[in-house]
Design a protein around this ligand. Sequence first.
Ligand code: NAD
Length: 347
Amino acid sequence: MSDSTVPKIVLLPGDGIGPEIAAAVVEVLERLGDFEFDTRLMGGCSIDESGVALTDEVLEACKASDAVLLGAVGGPKWDTTDPDAPRPEQGLLGLRAGMGLFANLRPVRPVPALADASPLREEIIRGTDLLVVRELTGGIYFGKRGRDGDTAYDTCEYSVAEVERIARVGFAAARRGVTSVDKANVLESSRLWRETVNRVHQEEFPNVILDHLLVDNAAMQLVAEPSKFDVILTENLFGDILSDEAAMITGSIGLLPSASLGEDGLPGLFEPVHGSAPDIAGQGIANPFAMFLSAAMMLRHGLSMPDQASALESSVDRAVADGIRTRDLGGQATTAEATEAVLTRLD
Ligand code: NAD
C-alpha cells in the first residue's frame, strides 16, 4: 500500500487489445480524479523483454500499490505445448499467488438495452443480477501435479481456513442469499467445503439464506433460471467454468468486469473478463467498456471511491442505452468513439 494521498495504480496493459483499452481507461480515470499510474510489463510482452511473464520487480510494485488494473494477456505468439516454455498466464497465476488474491468477484447484470445480445431468451435473463464469488488461490490449479510414465495427475486440496475466508467474502456480498456450489457427492474436498460453509453460515451469517447445489446441477440452473441466483460461491475450477457460463448470459463479453481481492487493506487486481482478442488487436475497434467497468470496481472495492464508481458505471450504461456500440455489440463505434461517449457522459 502506498502512503501518498494520490492513489497509486499499477497499470498492466498486457498483450493484444490490452494496451488499447488501457490507454482508454487512463483517459477516463483522469477525468474522474487524480491518480498516479505506474505502467509495467506483464504477460507475453514481459516474456519478450525478460523471459518471464511476471518479474519480481513488477510483483513488488503491484504489492506496494493501492490497486492493480490489468488489460489482458496472451496471444498466439506465446501459445506452446512445451511444459518448460514460459506462458503469459503464468503472470496471472503469479500475481494471484504473490498478492494473496484469494477471492474473484464477477458480477453478471445484463444491460436491458442489450437483452437481444444474449443467446438466452429475454424472459429468461430478465431480472438477472448475480455475483460469482470464486476461490482463486487453492484447489486443483495450485495442487501437486506431474507425470508418471504415460499417466498425468493434478490434485485438488482445500484447507478449512481457505474455505472459511472465501465463504466470508461470499456471505458479506449477499443481498438475498448464497448458493454454494460443490461436488460433495463425489469429492472429499467438496465435503470439507460444504461442512465449512455451513459452519461459517451458522456462526457468522445466520440471517443470509444459504443453499447448496452440485456443480452439474448449477450449470443447468444457471441457464434455465439465472435470475434466481444472488451470490454463487464456489471453488477455483468450478468457478472458472461457471463464471464463463454466467458471462454468456449477457451475450457480450466486452461488458464484463472482474475484481480479485486479498485480505482487507491489501491491493486488489481489477481486469475485464475477456482475453487479449488477438484477432482484432491493433485495429482500434476493441470494446473498452469491460475495462471501464473494471475500473469502476477498482474505485468501489479497491480505492473506496464509490461515488466515482457509480458515475462511471452509469456513464457506460447510458452510452450503451444511447446506442453507442462497438462491433462486438453489433455497432460500428471505434474504441476512441466509445471512450469519447463515456467521457462526454461523465462531464
Ligand atoms: P478473447 O476474450 O480474447 O476473445 C474471444 C472473442 O471475443 C474474440 O472474437 C475477440 O475478438 C472478442 N473480444 C474479446 N474481448 C473483446 C473486446 N473488448 N472488444 C471486442 N471484442 C472482444 O478470448 P480467446 O480468443 O479465447 O483468447 C485470446 C487470448 O487471450 C489467448 O491467448 C488467451 O489465453 C488470452 N486470455 C487472457 C485472459 C486474461 O488476460 N485474463 C482471459 C481469457 C483469455
